[in-house]
Design a protein around this ligand. Structure first.
Ligand SMILES: [Zn+2]
Length: 271
């Protein structure tokens, strides 16, 4: 049983910059991380691979998202932030430990999304170490595993100074970037395409799958809620089902992040 009291408290690393400057600094940081890869793996180009991932995770991602994937006989990766467990927000409710257990029992992958869901640029290293340990305890109680988990950055926001810590702790780390992973790819900063409102935008995302089939690589989607009344960061069950169906019909291998790395023969760097 996890205790919210065990969650580390954030320690301000620096005075926070004004929001527009902070956003710009975040974009520049992500660019710098892309320009200086930690490690490169070669994404094979024989067969298109698609992964559907969920962040945070809202309970509708379990009720609708997981069910839609299963209807196509495929599975997804759910990046859990234990500190958000059961949280009721104005337009969504986050899943609890029982929901996470259900995902595991149904064959989905549980990944780490930090415990406290802080932008990594805004916390110091000792905070992050305590936070990751806290989430590891939370996830291990749900889904014990010996191998490393996969990780997704809160807000897709990387941090150069904390990259070694993450690279050693996790098999892969997913960011955003609105691009397909092709050829030499840094597993500590995987690219992903967001499924978010509007519904017309989500319908148009099939073009990413068509582009992947034309020039294979690894296309990772990420989203949040799958609801008839989605937040700006999710979509409806119908739109999600259309996207999953399109990937399957076009002959893509739809795999969890872990299974995709296995398929690519990815061996973790050990040091
Ligand atoms: Zn998140």
């Amino acid at each position: 049983m996890h205790s919210p009291a065990a969650a580390p408290q954030p320690i301000a690393r620096n005075a926070r910059l004004p929001a527009p400057i902070d956003r710009l600094a975040g974009r520049l940081t992500n660019r710098l991380i892309r320009a200086t890869p930690w490690q490169l793996i070669d994404v094979p180009t024989r067969k298109p691979i698609v992964s559907f991932t969920f962040d945070d995770v809202p309970d509708t991602a379990l009720r609708s998202g997981a069910t839609i994937l299963e209807a196509h006989s495929v599975r997804g990766t759910f990046y859990i932030a234990g500190g958000l467990e059961g949280r009721i927000e104005a337009d969504r409710t986050l899943i609890d430990a029982a929901g996470c257990r259900e995902l595991v029992a149904r064959g989905h992958e549980i990944g780490c999304h930090t415990y406290g869901h802080q932008d990594l640029r805004h916390v110091d290293r000792s905070f992050l170490a305590a936070d990751l340990a806290c989430n590891a305890r939370y996830l291990d109680a749900i889904d014990p595993r010996r191998s490393r988990r996969n990780f997704a950055y809160p807000y897709n926001s990387g941090c150069l100074g904390k990259r070694p810590m993450l690279a050693h702790a996790y098999r892969s780390c997913r960011a955003g970037g609105e691009a397909i992973n092709r050829g030499p790819t840094d597993p500590t900063f995987l690219r992903a395409v967001e499924i978010r409102q509007s519904e017309a935008h989500v319908r148009g995302l099939t073009r990413w799958i068509d582009a992947l089939v034309a020039d294979p690589g690894w296309l990772i989607f990420f989203t949040h809620d799958i609801s008839p009344t989605p937040t700006p960061y999710g979509c409806t069950p119908a739109a999600f089902a259309r996207l999953v169906g399109h990937a399957v019909e076009r002959g893509c291998c739809v795999l969890t992040i872990d299974a995709a790395l296995d398929r690519m023969g990815f061996r973790e760097r050990t040091q």
